[in-house]
Design a protein around this ligand. Structure first.
Ligand SMILES: Cc1cc2nc3c(=O)[nH]c(=O)nc-3n(C[C@H](O)[C@H](O)[C@H](O)COP(=O)(O)OP(=O)(O)OC[C@H]3O[C@@H](n4cnc5c(N)ncnc54)[C@H](O)[C@@H]3O)c2cc1C
Length: 493
């Protein structure tokens, strides 16, 4: 026995409560050494083990029936692990944090240090390891997902072995690393390994620290204007808007209002420090933020929709109009966080569509058709505007953006929406023929059948190669790996 304390007979559930599990034990380690002991103990007991972040995945990706490791005790920045930086890397802005830190606390630390993330998703309550493990992304065609800003990570794999994994020319000086750790830890500087572990969905082991490349603190101006899909479609076909703005994203209603589909276009570009500007220019629409954060708001909307489902198109357009704002200037990480909409009880499915041969434009036509069919046949409605974000292709083998610039389509539903999950599954089915890839952390119905995962990810076998090495005894398998077929080899040919 390790002597580390743990809880038994305790249920873990994600932040929304749509995923829950009764694992055999729940641990809360505070060091890499403790993580290694827990992995060894799981393997000795013949059970699975998995880390969870802050439980902000709507999918089953974080569940484990064996030993569940909470990572809130691994949340220091800078991480207490020496870096051994090579001279060629000394001038770069690098920060190594422990993997369980939330993006919110990481941003505060960076801000105090005059630094900032180059990009982030629309929310900041997720952990660092959580966001990289599912390839969480923001918007901006010049930026890949968050895992693309990782330069080095420390991970505990099968047998409790500790690895530091980086690109071939990564930041750690191998001689200094070896002199310090001897044979107790292994430095792997190899592009193949790095591209595999970047997006691991918890299957490669327990990530304990992550080194990110960051940039000097900066400020952004957000502008939100009303458009129609017809105009946005023209702009996307021309493509210029994606390159002339640091960030360009769209909120869209699949229901026509006065012969056109309403859209909200958000752009974000560099600006000066707005400290001396009027309050109104340094905030979003505070009334909308307040109403969104009000606990009864989603229940009232659901009630209204239950009484009169046909009000949905009007409500979607109203939600879009309420967000219009000429100018919101603030420090980058506040502007990149989309605000109170994040706290509405909702779930979502997000599908990445490659931006090639107009597939992403066609995807919008498919969404309109599915939404119309569900409305006409079953009185089922989309209950929240649909978001389009544009993300640079990523080298990470299992990123939804792997190898190709991608339009990420986020299909959000308020929690109690009637037929909501069924509508999301129908969108998903309609978007797979357009080479759609579902976000690992969001609701999806992907299964191991029909070789679907291999057909979506050209480097799936390369990823499996490293997964087999780091997860030699299957300890990091889970209900998710069984569902999507990743661990099917454990069940024989
Ligand atoms: C309100 C909200 C807003 C969101 N906004 C966005 C967005 O803008 N863009 C976007 O792309 N996604 C977004 N998401 C999805 C979310 O970012 C991802 O699902 C993310 O993975 C959640 O991180 P987490 O820390 O909660 O991790 P969890 O959900 O707890 O875990 C996610 C995965 O990471 C693994 N993991 C966690 N910690 C470790 C570790 N230390 N070592 C190894 N594996 C680990 C888990 O095993 C699991 O596979 C949003 C979700 C919510 C609820």
């Amino acid at each position: 026995m390790s002597g580390l304390s743990f809880k038994v007979r305790t249920t873990w559930e994600n932040h929304l409560g749509n995923q829950s599990v009764d694992p055999l034990r729940i641990y809360e380690p505070e060091s890499i050494e403790q993580v290694a002991i827990i992995v060894q103990e799981a393997e000795k007991a013949g059970v699975t083990v998995r880390a969870v972040g802050s439980g902000h995945s709507w999918s089953d990706v974080a569940l484990t029936t064996g030993f569940l490791m909470k990572t809130s005790g691994l949340a220091r920045v800078p991480a207490p692990e020496p870096d051994f930086i090579r001279p060629a890397w000394e001038a770069r802005r690098l920060v190594r944090a422990e993997a369980g830190i939330r993006i919110k606390e990481l941003n505060s630390y960076l801000d105090r240090s005059g630094l900032a993330l180059s990009n982030m998703g629309g929310y900041d309550h997720q952990t660092l390891a959580g966001v990289i493990s599912t390839s969480t992304h923001g918007s901006g065609i010049a930026f890949g997902p968050l895992n693309d800003f990782v330069r080095s990570l420390d991970l505990v794999a099968s047998g409790g072995r500790v690895y530091r994994i980086e690109r071939r020319d990564g930041p750690t000086d191998p001689t200094a690393y070896k002199a310090h750790h001897g044979t107790r830890r292994t430095l792997v500087q190899d592009d193949h390994w790095f591209d595999a572990v970047g997006v691991g969905m918890g299957c490669m082991g327990i990530v304990c620290t992550v080194m990110l490349e960051v940039e000097p603190k900066y400020f952004l101006r957000e502008v939100r204007r009303l458009h129609t899909w017809e105009k946005v479609r023209e702009d996307l076909e021309a493509g210029e808007v994606l390159h002339t703005n640091r960030h360009y994203e769209v909120l869209f209603s699949p229901y026509k209002r006065k012969h056109e589909y309403p859209c909200l276009v958000t752009t974000r570009n560099y600006t000066e420090d707005p400290r001396h500007k009027r309050f109104a220019k340094r905030t979003r629409n505070w009334l909308v933020e307040l109403v969104s954060a009000f606990p009864l708001t989603p229940h009232l909307i659901n009630l209204l929709i239950d009484i009169r489902p046909s009000l949905s198109p009007f409500l979607l357009e109203s939600a879009i109009r309420a967000l219009i704002k000429d100018e919101y200037d603030e420090v980058s990480y506040k502007v990149l966080n989309i605000g109170a909409a994040n706290v509405l009880p909702a779930y979502s499915c997000e599908i990445g569509i490659p931006m090639v041969r107009g597939c992403h434009i066609e995807a919008v036509d498919r969404i309109i058709e599915v939404a119309a069919e569900h409305r006409d046949v079953g009185d089922v409605y989309q209950s929240s505007p649909i978001s389009f974000r544009f993300v640079k292709g990523s080298p990470a083998y299992m990123s939804m953006m792997n190898g190709v610039d991608t339009m990420m389509i986020e299909l959000i539903q308020l929690s109690r929406s009637h037929g909501g999950y069924e509508l999301l599954a129908a969108y998903e089915e309609a978007l797979y023929p357009l080479a759609g890839r579902p976000h690992w952390g969001q609701v999806n119905t992907l299964t191991g059948s029909h070789g679907l995962v291999a057909s979506m990810y050209p480097h799936y076998n390369d990823w499996l190669d490293i997964y087999r090495k780091l997860n030699a005894r299957g300890a990091f398998d889970s209900p998710f790996t069984r569902r999507v077929g990743i661990s099917k080899e454990r069940f024989g040919p």
